[in-house]
Design a protein around this ligand. Structure first.
Ligand code: AMP
Ligand code: ZN
Length: 112
């Protein structure tokens, strides 16, 4: 597995951030600028720049990543929520270490 990137904020937070949950090569942290009452980020320990490159994950690890996202939402008490991945600058991505946003705790259905 490629090692952490020295210049990557999320590689640093994987190592020494405040983890809400950690298991199986994944961690969940609270977003520093929450857009909903619950706004969590799921980060894979493996550095992959963007969802565009999700095929860099072995298939079994990619499946576990999805299960980790769902388990993190459930353990946070969410039944209804939104999962978002911003892809590339034009897609709103600002940190180039793949991450999944989990947003909930308010009605999320109003706008895309
Ligand atoms: P994105 O725009 O999809 O790349 O998401 C990056 C997210 O990381 C944003 O929602 C930021 O608020 C969040 N963020 C940036 N720095 C930190 C940090 N130090 N701790 C937690 N979340 C952060
Ligand atoms: Zn990274």
């Amino acid at each position: 597995m490629p090692g952490p990137r020295e210049d990557c904020l999320f590689c640093k937070l994987v190592r020494d951030g405040d983890h809400i949950r950690a298991a199986d090569g994944f961690v969940a942290i609270a977003d520093i600028n929450p857009q909903a009452p619950t706004h969590l980020l799921v980060l894979p320990e493996r550095h992959v720049d963007t969802f565009r490159d999700v095929a860099e994950f072995p298939p079994e690890e990619a499946a576990r990543m999805l299960a980790f996202v769902a388990a993190t939402a459930a353990e946070s008490g969410l039944t209804d929520y939104r999962v978002v991945v911003n892809v590339g600058p034009g897609g709103g991505q600002t940190v180039f270490h793949l991450h999944w946003h989990i947003l909930g705790g308010r009605p999320m259905g109003e706008e895309l």
